[in-house]
Design a protein. Structure first.
Length: 208
């Protein structure tokens, strides 16, 4: 009995060490990606005083108590976005978030150009990376689009741990397909075929 317990303890320690190593690697990867983004965004920091309606831009965070405009999380770039310009009156601009459609009213001094060709991603894909990297998905609540059509046409309503209903977001299938929350949702809604092939074996015996 003692040998069995010792073996279980060893396995438990090994599993804990593996999880700890994984977390460290994930944090390093996130920090490296943010650093690359900073370099790209810095290249887009030339001084401009006017932006066109419909143009994608980056936005500085508002100044905090120390008057420094810094991101609220060390893994985030100091520029938010991209966002899209929807109107301007003199030096005041209204920008629409590509994530939650919220409107930001800001002075032109906080706006920076966005050069999408440097990223190789659509502006919305770039903006969504911050959400899925920094916030824990709690559940998938609903979907829009016909499940019989292309997967790329499907969007899913996602809730996040620690956030209320007003913070739920609609995300495209491509951004959420690897999350367990999506797998649970498509199983209970009889859309199991939407689980990527590499995950299907682990759900073979899971029933609605």
């Amino acid at each position: 009995m003692t040998e069995i317990n010792t073996e279980k303890e060893a396995l438990s320690k090994w599993a804990a060490d593996m999880l700890s190593a994984r977390d460290i690697l994930l944090k390093l990867a996130e920090a490296q990606q943010r650093k690359k983004d900073e370099v790209h965004m810095a290249a887009a920091s030339e001084l401009r005083t006017e932006y066109k309606v419909g143009e994608h831009v980056l936005l500085e965070y508002p100044a905090n108590a120390t008057k420094m405009r810094k991101a609220p999380n060390k893994f985030l770039s100091n520029l938010q976005g991209p966002m899209v310009v929807i109107s301007k009156v003199n030096d005041q601009y209204k920008l629409r978030s590509l994530i939650d459609e919220k409107i930001h009213e800001v002075h032109v001094s906080r706006i920076h150009p966005y050069h999408h060709e440097q990223f190789g991603l659509t502006p919305r894909r770039v903006a969504l990376r911050d959400v899925l990297t920094l916030f824990e998905v709690a559940d998938v609540l609903n979907h829009s689009g016909d499940k019989k059509t292309k997967k790329s046409d499907l969007d899913f309503l996602v809730s996040f741990v620690g956030y209320g209903e007003e913070d739920n977001l609609w995300l495209p299938y491509s951004e959420i397909r690897d999350h367990e929350a999506l797998h649970r949702y498509v199983i209970r809604t009889r859309m199991r075929h939407l689980i990527p092939v590499k995950y299907r074996e682990q759900y073979r015996n899971v029933r609605v």
